[in-house]
Design a protein around this ligand. Sequence first.
Ligand code: SF4
Length: 466
Amino acid sequence: MKGHAERAAEFLKDAARARWHDQALWYVREKRDRLARSVPEWEALRETAHAIKRHTLARLERYLEEFERNAQARGAVVHYAEDAAEHNALVLDILKRRGAKSVVKSKSMLTEECGLNDYLAPRGIEVVESDLGERIIQLAGDRPSHIVLPAIHLKREEVGEIFHRRLGTTAGESDPTILTRAARAHLREKFLAAEAGISGVNFAVAETGAIVVCTNEGNADLGNSLPDLYIASLGIEKVIPRMRDLAVFLSLLARSATGQPISAYTSHLLGPRPGQEMHLIIVDNGRSRILRSERFVQALYCIRCGACLNTCPVYRRSGGHSYKGVIPGPIGIILAPHRGLKAYKDMPYASSLCGSCTAVCPVKVDIHRQILFWRNEVVEAGELGRFKRAVLKLATLVMRSEGLFAAAGAAARKILRALPPVFYNSRLTIWGKEHDLPEMPARSFRAQYRQYMKEKKSPAEKGERS
Ligand code: SF4
């Protein structure tokens, strides 16, 4: 299987798409910044969200039991699934018992993780994705490239072509309003005919037994209210203790995800509607292993807002399909290796370690620190390639010596300047003509750090008297 670098190189072959992808996501990041700045207590909210997650995950068993008790009291049937296979088998069993063969599903990263659609299709169940982006991807036979904007890698002309082929819209039609109307008419038929609805869950409130589902299209609401059978799948980490905690997360989620004050639809589901059967499947699928790891536990704080993807310079310029695993971007990098270090050993290197992901994360997951930890694990497991090992040894040698560092910097700059501009200053490269080579610092990082520490010392430490 190709590594991240090879897949990124493929994405970058279409320079126009790569540039547009980068700009589209940066636009979302800027919207997020504006909305975050408009909330004076933004940082306090992030701190609180982090503290709520830390508190809850340290007492997860207790809160899951409380949630289960209250959800059952409201009429939901609660199941636990150890892994993806068990989850899928449970869903199939529930559908079969009710004789349901057509399902409308709203966006759920957990069911993606479990490969639910691929499991159900050969068993005679038609699953229709009801989120517009997900439906586009499904009709195209593609896979999502972003956790919030699954079709962000496709241009509207391409969507028009997919709709023409699959939904019979006019050839060459790329007007978003016309395409959205066509999708709405098509999906409405599917909603009305569906025998079951399946969705993910954003939050599960222990105190009330309610599940909370946030969307911008209202598709989850149609899916969970129209059919007589509704199944919601949630990871064990989705539980939060109280309703008042929810306010903290809702203040952060949509602002971080798409730069909106709140999702268009935030639905609180307190049990099935009259005449309906409601099942909640609580899934582990490796999460309790992460829960036990002090280094990596914060990955479970994630509320899947996608902000770390939008800000990541590597993700924006390499596209979501360059990452292995279901979830791309920085959060994907720290989750995927839990499924097998060998298979995902290249993922921790798909990062510049700039820390922008950590800086925007609404729940303050220590993302870039975890990426570094994973690199450490890759090295310790002997999974680092020979070439990379040699390069890193050389780099260590150079960075440890002020003289070598200065000489290497000067030489590198000279060589780069001597190269024809096509290497660093052309439309052929994503670097683009608006960029120039960065100035090399005159002194090594080590020397700068020493100087910084020296200046930081208090007068007392320096032996000075006031
Ligand atoms: S890690 Fe943080 S920023 Fe990234 S998706 Fe999760 S909550 Fe959002």
